[in-house]
Design a protein around this ligand. Structure first.
Ligand SMILES: NC(=O)c1ccc[n+]([C@@H]2O[C@H](COP(=O)([O-])OP(=O)(O)OC[C@H]3O[C@@H](n4cnc5c(N)ncnc54)[C@H](O)[C@@H]3O)[C@@H](O)[C@H]2O)c1
Length: 257
């Protein structure tokens, strides 16, 4: 049920073809936002637009775009601001990862991950900044991860952990720079979330599910909607005095020693 928490707002979401990006688009549109998405993959991106419109929501998307390039990020932001007539909220959600242990991860895979998880947030935010300043303020929500503040037993994720740690550090710095402009900057840090991408691994009886779940106090996987609901709060005016927060959406996993 909508209570219009984002009525009249233009909300940009990156990676709307993926699990959490799609749920974020759906929930923000349900709450009255004009959502403008994008993705590297045009098929799933367009599917999200159709799902949102089928429920009466307002959404446009531009795909394919590669946001991990200067031109790609700038062009998407400028086109989106043109379509929306400005920007109120930016959700930095899109990412792509390559895993590997320190003695196995190639420099190429390290660089790919840093570019598609950390540079992407810098490039998109830098392009959006003047639009948010011109609007007199706004809200940026960066999707971090539990991996940004601790190591993982179940997966060698050097580059991913480093990139997400960088996203959280960048979030803190942007809080300072955004304050005078009325720009709030916050993060949401999920732990394992059940998406089309992660579901096969989580369902694999020989996979790491039991090991991961044993460290989640609530003993269940997060759903994309759980993450999207935290994003919704930070995007909305209900969070008008909240900047610099990092909300864990992890079933309590971050407090387990
Ligand atoms: N799913 C989880 O368990 C989990 C846990 C912690 C954090 N996260 C974070 O949540 C966010 C969303 O994760 P998800 O599980 O929905 O991922 P996903 O892979 O389902 O979706 C990510 C989307 O981003 C798009 N994308 C990747 N690189 C891009 C680029 N350069 N330009 C444009 N689009 C690009 C992909 O095509 C994809 O559709 C990510 O930042 C991820 O790190 C996810």
């Amino acid at each position: 049920m909508s209570t219009g928490r984002l009525a009249g707002k233009v909300v940009l979401v990156t990676g709307t073809g993926g699990g959490i990006g799609r749920a974020t688009a759906q929930i923000c549109a349900r709450e009255g936002a004009h959502v403008i998405g994008c993705d590297l993959n045009p098929g799933p991106s367009q599917e999200t637009v159709e799902l949102v419109r089928a429920t009466g929501g307002r959404m446009d998307a531009i795909s394919p775009v590669d946001l991990a390039t200067e031109d790609g990020a700038r062009d998407w932001i400028d086109q989106a601001a043109g379509i929306g007539g400005g920007i109120d909220v930016l959700v930095n959600n899109a990412s792509a990862i390559r895993f590997g242990a320190i003695d196995a991860l190639s420099y190429q895979d390290w660089s790919f991950t840093i570019r598609n998880e950390l540079d992407i947030v810098f490039l998109v935010t830098r392009a959006a900044w003047p639009h948010l300043v011109a609007r007199g303020g706004g809200s940026i929500v960066n999707i971090g991860s539990i991996s940004g503040s601790r190591g993982a037993w179940f997966m060698p994720q050097n580059a991913h952990g480093a990139a997400k740690g960088g996203v959280l550090a960048l979030t803190r710095q942007l809080v300072i720079e955004g304050g005078p402009h009325g720009i709030r900057v916050n993060a949401v840090s999920p732990a394992m979330t059940e998406t089309p991408h992660t579901s096969p691994m989580l369902a694999d009886p020989d996979g790491p599910s039991e090991q991961i779940l044993s460290r989640v106090p609530l003993r269940k996987w997060g759903q994309p909607q759980d993450v999207a609901n935290a994003i919704l709060f930070l995007a909305s005016d209900e969070a008008s005095h909240v900047t610099g927060a990092n909300i864990p959406v992890d079933g309590g996993a971050a407090v387990v020693g």
